[in-house]
Design a protein around this ligand. Sequence first.
Ligand code: ADP
Ligand code: MG
Length: 699
Amino acid sequence: MDVLQTPIEYLKGVGPNRANLLKQELNLHTFQDLLHLFPHRYIDRSTFYKIKDLPLNASEVQIKGQIIKVDLIRQKRGKRMVATFTDGDNQMELVWFRGYQWIIEGLKLNVDYVIFGRLNWYGNRPNMPHPEMEMLESFDKGFSKALQSVYPSTEKLLAKGISQRVIIKMMGELLSSIQIPFAETLPEYIRNPYQLIDKNTALMNIHFPKDQNTLTAALNRLKYEELFFIQLQLLMKNLQRKQKIKGFIFKKVGDHFNTFFNKNLPFELTEAQKRVIREIRKDIGNGQQMNRLLQGDVGSGKTVVALMVMLIAADNGFQSCLMAPTEILAKQHFASLKSMMGDSTIHIGLLTGSSKKAERAQLAEQLESGDLNILIGTHAVIEDKVQFKNLGLAVVDEQHRFGVAQRAKLWRKNSIPPHVLVMTATPIPRTLAMSVYGDLDISVIDELPPGRKKVKTIHRYDSNRLKVFKFIADEIQKGRQVYIVYPLIKESEKMDYKDLMDGYESVSRAFPPPRYQISIVHGQMPAKDKDYEMERFLKKQTQIMVATTVIEVGVNVPNASVMLIESAERFGLSQLHQLRGRVGRGNDQSYCILMSSHKLSSEANTRLETMTATNDGFKIAEVDLKLRGPGDLMGTQQSGVLQLKIADIIKDNQWLKTARSDAQMVLRKDPQLVNKENTMLRQTLAKMKAYKNIWNYIS
Ligand code: ADP
Ligand code: MG
């Protein structure tokens, strides 16, 4: 058996109790897992301080000296242990509040120790709580004196006596007990251009770096390896999917498309829209199944692209469906597509959660007979009950509300899966998108229709409210309409509801009837009430729409020119950007006003500053990524890329690009990895598959 699969309790110094803790706290089960517990930082252990020179604000310090006395002191709950420590000239105290049972056992008086840790200062007297300690003799013999690894740990581990010192000891034990060298995973022809060091040296040095240079070399090697294999795996999956899965062929562009293009299309397509339609046409004409992500900032005109592709489907005798994340949005799509189609013979239906039984029955009939060309709706569209005659294309609007599971459901509708076009306005940097959605191809509409005025964005404090309301009154005077949005955070819906209602009241006071009419829409309202309110706003019967973020996605009211966001500091960047996208849809200058209190965290401040500085969704996405990390990007964790162990998707973006293009190059020459020089890669991938996790195999 592979030595590395040995359960961790068999490592010297571990045993069943510690093994259990390591499993619970750090998910370490085997030697392998421990080996790939990478330090999250390193500390400099080359400097020793004298007690009289200890700096007031250093994060951690190291001192040589002896313990001359130990006391157990009773305190309110339990005891604390205090050791008197001397460096020969001066004394200070070392303190343990917990776990001292483990320390006291091995503690020796009047012997040279090296102690290391943070300081607490009481006036000008320092003490050191829970120091890392090692006898000078063994410190001198140790693996590393310059840079010391700091491993991920938990309070509980610490309390149970598994300190950094202990983890480092375990790691040392592991590396010296495993006699085999670790198998190389990257062929030389891949390592050479970047002078990546071999696997063995890298693993030794990531845990016990000799110096900064070897550490950097080890980091580079392991980061590259991690990113490279994830990319290789994603790309291979995509290749195989394309080979295995047949798709419908939409051969021709016919009357439906041409009539629309020549007669009904009310504007010139942008170059980006044309390019994307060409990319899609290639996909749907080549016999493979399309699986494409269409990214485009809010207002970039994704809907018309979707419509035109659906018309091509119809030209080839296939049905399409268009799914939206909310009922409001589905209805809007339905209305706007119908009006764009004019008197065309294309038959469009709408199915949502609130469709009546009779309507459903009629739709079902038309779907099965093939009479209906396009079905628009919410999740209701993919319920198993809904049967198409020949679904050839599924368009999913606003991907981040749609899970992978739902996409999969679509596939089960036919023996041959429909082409899938996923549209999202959540802009993520392209390399990242490719890594996260490795199984999708990507098109980008990176251009807004001409003549759009940039939405002017300003940040105002609550204390400026009177002025802001005056401004709104002026806009309404000019015939414009206004959104006022309140935060909605799931954890405290009740409180948000109260905020919304308080807000509604104060808005009503500032804008009293009959001069002003106000709509209100929130998540807890029955759908038909929401519709009624939306309808009134759309028809300009109301001038102000007070709402929670239910209006975030896709709502289109071109006459609205002001988006006022209350408690803007509570929104995420991408949400703010989405909301802003609700205005600036007509020909008038539009405004986005971010209201906040004076108390702002620095992160909130960055978000608001970013919003006022730029309208570019991709720039905003990059800042967002830096602030939040990729963890909750798009609400789903779709691939290993988001759970990287050593590489950082943002900081190591350059390595990511390199790794991806290398993986592409390898597969272009050797798609099955059958060439001799790629044996290592093939074997590694096989193990990756078996163990499901990149580091659970590579060694
Ligand atoms: P999104 O990409 O956010 O879904 P939409 O598809 O809703 O954007 O388009 C926003 C608005 O822009 C719509 O009113 C649409 O009719 C209009 N539009 C789309 N493409 C163009 C174009 N090429 N020229 C002018 N207006 C366009
Ligand atoms: Mg849209």
